[in-house]
Design a protein around this ligand. Structure first.
Ligand code: ZN
Length: 84
């Protein structure tokens, strides 16, 4: 399930991202459009990012990053993208 989002650059690598695919247990899996605060992983570099209130991507805070890295599905995407 892929939803188009406003084009926004990855806060880690600068790739332009304009779609999000929901995965199990992530907020985007339960509704088509991402909403502010949803977590995401850049498909280019595996960088972690969060949708802000305008659905632009921002870097997670260190607390948010720790919380995201406790979720196996996020770690799997993070590691998969980084191998590419
Ligand atoms: Zn990236």
């Amino acid at each position: 399930m892929t939803a188009h989002t406003p084009p926004s650059s990855c806060p880690t690598c600068g790739a332009i991202l304009d779609a999000a695919t929901g995965i199990k247990d992530m907020a985007v899996a339960h509704h088509l459009e991402p909403k502010p605060g949803d977590r995401t992983v850049c498909y280019q570099c595996g960088g972690l990012a969060i949708f802000d209130k305008r659905l632009m991507l921002r870097r997670p805070t260190s607390a948010e990053r720790r919380e995201m890295l406790r979720k196996p599905e996020i770690v799997a995407m993070h590691n998969k993208a980084r191998k590419n």
